[in-house]
Design a binder for this molecule. Structure first.
Ligand SMILES: *Cc1c(COP(=O)(O)O)cnc(C)c1O
Length: 522
């Protein structure tokens, strides 16, 4: 009998970690653990992956002055070298297809392959955004169908599909509020934002010209209702509240808050980035919300870790829908779906605040999200929320005696488990735990957010992690908590096994080396 640890490793497999002094190879690579230099260090000046004919004759009249005088400082690599460089680098990346991505507030769930198949169908993927409407009927149907399901799932009145990310959606919603106030000649301009808000909320409101005021949180991690209602008045344009909030808790007073804000003449913006926890269970429209963005790239799969496209449609109440952006899709009496653009707007949508984007939104994200919604169905989407919440509570309760859980006392969490660095040995911090997770083969959780909790660690397992997978993650986190409480100095210099060791994060952020400063090729 061999013992098998949670990761599937057996003693007879051996381990590089057995070696007291790691052996050094001539290449620097260690089997499939590859070292890779910067592309500029690999360069062979004069090498190229493409053969161009030498320029023949005179440059086009008058354009000669635009010709390069010196050679560009391009790396110079053959095509296979270029492909290998980026493929070797990509092998040093962590990805959702390698393991869990427990980043709180990000909902990094498995992306079903069916979505990808649908998104790559040539009829969608190869469409040109300037193609005439008669040639894009199928795509318009997809946008309209997705819009229908977003409205249905949220119980709202309308939806703006064009915003390209959550923060862009926030701007859309807040501009709707601004337009609605302007339409009634109201100059109020204070936006109330709870102190636990995502940084994009105050940034968005400030960008749209509002003055921000913070609303404190209660000891149990929710918006302070008394403080909020006390601040309402004729200068308050609205509130921006995240629900479930960034402490991983449901704002139970949401309806009371909405009613109070409306009674005071303001509007309610809900940051819906955490919709995954309540999809199919709670309809924001029933909570009196006027505008809410939905991160398609969170709730409806297609995690956005690689900086890939996002999509942030904004659902709108009856009060705000008339002010939504152009263009939008609308089903006509004959059953067809048309795109309503500026030339139609005077009749169809006279109060629109304008346009958010050049075209109609992120088509690839629309097809993926619709495939996700239709393949889950109404019962499946409710299960998504239930399982996401179950998984987060499993993580919370499995670790709440190993790590401080600041709001553990206030009952079950929603889809994220929040821990803090309280109780670690002197000098040990959240960063040490996060770096230790890298050695354990996991992407770290979200750290130092929300700001209302000192040394926050926000873990969002999502519904797509199995119990066995969660147990592996929990065991690793528990071992790191034990080491950090025991003052294990080795943890302070983690990661030890990653391609790069602990970076100077301030230097990396403030003085990144992004430009090749070496000699230009001869
Ligand atoms: C992710 C997130 C946002 C911003 O969404 P982007 O798509 O990254 O712009 C806003 N609020 C919360 C709570 C989030 O988690």
């Amino acid at each position: 009998m061999s013992t098998v640890n949670a990761g599937g490793w057996r003693p007879e497999m051996g381990s590089a970690q057995d070696d007291a002094a790691p052996r050094v190879t001539n290449s620097g690579d260690r089997a499939l653990m590859l070292e890779e230099a910067l592309i500029f260090e690999l360069r062979e000046p004069g090498t190229t992956g493409v053969d161009f004919d030498d320029a023949v004759g005179e440059p086009l009249a008058g354009l000669g002055k635009f010709l390069r005088r010196e050679q560009a400082a391009l790396p110079g690599l053959s095509e296979p070298e270029t492909v290998r460089h980026y493929t070797r680098l990509s092998r040093q990346n962590y990805a959702i297809d390698l393991g869990p991505f427990p980043l709180g507030s990000c909902t990094m769930k498995h992306n079903p392959r069916l979505n990808e198949k649908v998104a790559r169908m040539a009829g969608f993927a190869d469409l040109h955004p300037l193609a005439p409407q008669q040639a894009t009927r199928g795509a318009l149907e997809v946008i309209n169908e997705l819009a229908h399901w977003l409205i249905t799932l949220t119980g709202m009145h309308g939806v703006a599909m064009t915003p390209k990310a959550g923060a862009h959606g926030e701007l859309c919603g807040v501009l709707c509020i601004k337009a609605a106030l302007a339409a009634r000649g109201d100059t109020r301009n204070v936006m109330l934002v709870p102190e636990s808000a995502h940084g994009t909320n105050p940034a968005t409101a400030a960008f749209a010209g509002f003055t921000i005021e913070n609303i404190p949180a209660t000891a149990e991690g929710r918006v302070d209702l008394a403080a909020l209602t006390a601040r309402l008045g004729p200068d308050v344009a609205g509130v921006m509240i995240t629900n479930p909030n960034t402490c991983g808790l449901f704002e139970r007073d949401m309806k009371v808050i909405s009613d109070a804000v409306h009674a005071a003449g303001g509007y309610v913006y809900c940051d819906g980035a955490n919709f995954n926890a309540i999809v199919g269970k709670v309809r924001p429209g029933d909570l009196g919300i006027d505008a809410m963005h939905i991160n398609l790239h969170k709730t409806f799969s297609t995690p956005h870790g690689g900086g890939g496209p996002g999509s942030g449609p904004v659902v709108l109440s009856e009060a705000l829908a008339p002010f939504g952006p152009l263009p939008f899709t609308a089903r006509q009496a004959d059953g067809s779906v048309l795109l309503i653009e500026e030339e139609d707007a005077a009749a169809a949508h006279p109060y629109s605040f304008g346009r958010m984007a050049a075209f109609h939104g992120q088509m690839g994200m629309f097809t993926r999200a619709l495939a996700y919604i239709l393949s889950h169905g109404a019962d499946g989407l409710a299960r998504v929320a239930e399982d996401a919440v179950l998984n987060a509570n499993y993580v919370l309760r499995s670790l709440d005696s190993d790590l401080d859980a600041p709001f553990g006392f206030s009952g079950p969490c929603m889809h994220e488990a929040l821990f803090s660095d309280a109780g670690l040995a002197d000098g040990f911090t959240t960063l040490d735990i996060a770096k230790g997770l890298i050695d354990e083969g996991f992407h770290p959780m979200t750290v130092y957010f929300p700001l209302v909790v000192h040394g926050a660690m926000l873990v969002e397992p999502t519904e797509t992690e199995s119990k066995a997978g969660l147990d592996r993650f929990i065991a690793s986190l528990r071992s790191l908590a034990t080491r950090a409480k025991a003052g294990d100095e080795d943890l302070k210099s983690a990661p030890h096994f990653a391609p790069r060791r602990r970076l100077d994060e301030t230097q990396a952020a403030r003085k990144p080396v992004l430009v090749w400063k070496g000699d230009a090729p001869a």
